[in-house]
Design a protein around this ligand. Sequence first.
Ligand SMILES: CSC[C@@H](O)[C@@H](O)C(=O)COP(=O)(O)O
Length: 354
Amino acid sequence: MADSPVSGPARAVGTVALRWHGHSLELLDQRLLPLEEQWIALDDADGVARSIRDMVVRGAPAIGISAAYGMALAARQARGEQWRDHIRQALKVLAASRPTAVNLFWALQRMEQVVEGCATAEQARHRLAEEAVAIHEEDMAANLAMAEHAVGVMQPEQPLSVLTHCNTGALATGGYGTALGVIRRLHEKALLSKVYADETRPWLQGSRLTAWELSREGIPVTLNADGAAAAILAQGDVRWVVVGADRITANGDVANKIGTYSLAVLARHHRVGFMVVAPSSTVDMQLPSGRDIPIEEREATEVREVRGVALAPAGVDVFNPVFDVTPASLIDAIVTEKGVVRNPGPEAMKALFG
Ligand SMILES: CSC[C@@H](O)[C@@H](O)C(=O)COP(=O)(O)O
């Protein structure tokens, strides 16, 4: 076991955002897409934490997987009697990278349990790498299962149109995607008529990432300004709004990219289905409701500028919460790999997640 690096998942579906090489982690720099495809190589946990904070990698499941690999990298550098302290310090740094997506803390907790079960640094090096790869592979498998469940809920008899928000695809996960995985599956089954992608101000995950990911895989996508969503739903063509999640609380409230809540209100008004697709690693049964979710606020420059070009008067006051909370009462279905929660509420959530 001296230094036999554990390699990454054997199976990948289409686009990938992270590559594990056993001794280093490569991340596709999502800040540069769609203009440039550049990979960043990392060999320590600090670099991974920085990459999460700076949005080189983003999307709840991808953040959790990256943090797990960050722990595996920390174990590779842990030496001497203090090896356990070195890994615990890495965990703290990774946990401080972003606050909202619970997948980060879920993955770190899993890694911590493995550390506690290791007797030597060498064992930790091997076991943490294995666990990180397992988390990565499980996420991919969960996405495939969720896509099947979601199509079962939609029961399309003919191709249907959907609207989505942010990026929930291979770029945001271990592969395939959550909400975008459902869209991919509909396309594979020739059941997708049209997908509208909100551009997703201010970071533009929809235009920069979702439009890129779908176009390069030959899935036709129509990009729209966020403010056009009401007009699109009013046309009557869209049957489902499909989104991902960063944290789902015990009562079925959902934190997701800012703008999701307005979409849920619009969907209810227009009698369009509203579906949240997320792995069970996004469910936080410790928090009673969405009011308890820490909502990240990011720099004012994200709203005032695009790639350094000013869009607003210099120094204008900005409010930039990057997630919002959709109340469970506006959600028709939460789809996870464990099953579907229809009309979510505390009882239905407890029945599936205990
Ligand atoms: C499968 S990704 C689900 C969510 O993480 C996604 O919708 C989202 O809000 C991403 O936010 P981001 O700020 O880009 O990390």
